[in-house]
Design a protein. Structure first.
Length: 128
């Protein structure tokens, strides 16, 4: 029974990833990562009897504890990956904000220069 429920949950998870990818809510790059995790979950659900044997061979008395350990390791890996992507994006945003501020200053300076030249032309025309 637990095997069928696990397989069902893994399939629903994969369908959710396909849905989000098709609606462009999830980029392909990240969809691939999540699909790999979903397929790993599906393979784990299918291989529950093998996991029981593996747990007993490596000395783990309670197989769900082994699965829980694997899930924690995968979750921590995802957190590290997400943090590195976030850090990279923060640096890019900082550079873009700096460039935007520089361009706005350039535009402001150019507008001031044009206005000054227009005033000079007007004052020169009045003198003539």
């Amino acid at each position: 029974m637990i095997r069928a429920i696990s397989i069902g949950v893994a399939v629903i998870f994969l369908l959710q990833i396909f849905y989000y990818t098709s609606k462009h809510r999830l980029r392909d790059r990240y969809a691939f990562l999540w699909m790999m995790i979903g397929l790993l979950g599906l393979a784990t659900a299918i291989a529950i009897p093998l996991l029981n044997k593996l747990a007993s061979k490596i000395g783990v008395a309670y197989m769900p504890a082994l699965v829980f350990l694997i899930v924690i390791i995968v979750a921590l890996s995802l957190l590290v990956h997400t943090t590195t992507v976030l850090s990279k994006h923060q640096e890019i945003i900082k550079i873009l904000v700096q460039e935007n501020a520089y361009m706005n200053k350039e535009i402001k300076d150019l507008k001031a220069k044009v206005e000054q030249q227009e005033r000079q032309v007007i004052s020169t025309n009045r003198k003539i």
